[in-house]
Every structure is written in C-alpha cells, then in structure tokens.
Design a protein around this ligand. Structure first.
Ligand SMILES: [Zn+2]
Length: 268
C-alpha cells in the first residue's frame, strides 16, 4: 500500500509540475481551473452577501479603476504569451468592503476584495496599485491552488476533494479561507515567503505595465512598517511574512528589472 501511495505521489508530481510565467519558478499544482473556478465564484458571491460593501463611492471607484487597469495589463500579458484560454477564464471583479482590518485578497479567477482598513496604508492611487498588483499576482501565479495542492499531497485527496467540489463543510471552508487569505486578520500576509516575494515581483511588473509608479510599492511597506512599530500589527504579521526591511530591499532591488520587463511586455 505504501508503495502504491509513493508511486501515486511521484506520478502526480510529474504530471502536475508547471512553471510560473515571468519568474520561471517551478510549481506543483493538481487543482485545475475547471475544479476551482466555480467554487471560487460562489465563495466570492457568498462573501459579498455576508459583508458590508463600502458606501464610499469615491474610494470604491478608485479601487475599481485601479483593478480594471491592472487586470488589463495581466490580460494583455496572457494573450501575448500563449495563455489565451486562461485569459478567457478570468472574471475580474473588484469590491471595497467596509472593514477596519488591514487586508486585501484575490480569489482564483480574479475576484478581488479590498478592506477599507488597508486604504491608509495604500495612501494614494499608486499605493492602491501596488497592493492590487500584489493580490492579482497571487491569482495569476495560482498560489492558492499550489497551497491546496500541497495540502492534497499530504492528505492524498479526502478533504481537498471536498473543497474542490462542494466547499460547504466548515472544515473545507477553513482550508479554502487559509489557502486564499480570506478572513484572516492580515490575509494578504498568510502566504509563504516564496509566494509573497513572487507576488511582490509580479505585482510590480503589472503595476508598471498599467502606468503606475513602482516606488510606491516600497512606500506601502514603509507605512506598513510604521504601523507595526506603533503596535498596530497582529502577532502573525511578524512570523509569517518576510521582514518589512527585507521586503523593502527586495522591492528596490527588483525595480529596474520590473521596469524593463513591463516595457518589453507592453511592446508585445
Ligand atoms: Zn501576499
């Protein structure tokens, strides 16, 4: 039995490895779009029904404008790089909810939520674009699916299949929320460091493609850092994500590459 299981794992691994576009990182993903997207769209609709949509028309419009511009950049990249089917599968949507939590996330297929609590950290349109680019990048690189896949590999099926199909039990709901950063105090930071760094890089490329200033991605993390030092961050902030200074240094170091890539992809 053990042998069968290990052979199954090896087989799954071989057929399920792919490469993240732009960064070239190898990833393991056994969750298909056909499995995940209907669940994602239903989860998103359910979330919006249960949470208060912001009545601030001006800020809502601003978040949505940035979202549309950045999703157009992602769409342009995908269509120019052999990902037409994938581009067609996204159903981009951007909503601002009235919640003081410092959070933002993007579910598979381009379903984005910003919490009003993150707006002071964003501070301006370019700051919104930095966070938007980062969140959209998680969906573009399918980080949530990768997290679900490694969970599946560990448990060989059971729970993860339940997530992919019904998504109704509280256990599968919890796995979903963890994989996609929904509902945690700082959901955008719940992913692993590898995913965070990758989303920072991809997000910067997309925000530049959409015409925003990448320096503001650095400033967002400076403000996040100031908030943390004034005692505003929850404890998991420190343990689950790269230190702010590392992140700021990485973003600064990557900026020239991101500018060159954005220029190249915009010219495609
Ligand atoms: Zn993130």
């Amino acid at each position: 039995m053990k042998k069968v299981i290990s052979l199954t794992i090896v087989f799954l691994f071989l057929v399920s490895c792919s490469t993240v576009p732009i960064t070239g990182r190898k990833r393991f993903n056994v969750v298909s779009d056909a499995q995940i997207l209907p669940t994602s769209f239903a989860q998103y609709a359910g979330f919006l029904k249960e949470h208060k949509i912001s009545s601030d028309a001006k800020m809502t419009k601003e978040v949505q404008n940035v979202g549309v511009n950045i999703s157009r950049a992602v769409d342009k990249f995908m269509r120019a790089n052999g990902m037409v089917n994938e581009a067609n599968s996204y159903r981009w949507e951007f909503n601002l909810i009235d919640d003081k939590t410092v959070n933002a996330w993007c579910m598979p297929g381009g379903k984005v939520v910003f919490y009003t609590g993150i707006l002071p950290i964003c501070d301006n349109t370019d700051g919104i674009a930095a966070v938007m680019g980062h969140e959209v990048a998680h969906a573009f690189a399918k980080h949530g699916q990768e997290r679900m896949s490694s969970g599946m590999l560990q448990q060989l099926g059971g729970v993860a299949v339940a997530v992919g199909t019904s998504g109704k039990s509280s256990e599968s709901q919890q796995i979903w929320n963890t994989a996609f950063g929904v509902g945690s105090t700082l959901g955008m930071l719940a992913f692993s460091r590898t995913h965070e760094n990758e989303a920072d890089k991809l997000g910067m490329v997309f925000m530049i493609m959409a015409g925003y200033q990448p320096e503001e991605a650095v400033n967002v993390w400076v403000r996040m850092s100031q908030r943390a030092s004034s005692g505003g961050a929850p404890p998991e902030f420190l343990s689950t994500h790269p230190s702010n200074q590392t992140r700021i240094n990485n973003l600064k170091a990557y900026m020239p590459t991101a500018i060159a890539m954005a220029k190249k992809y915009n010219a495609q």
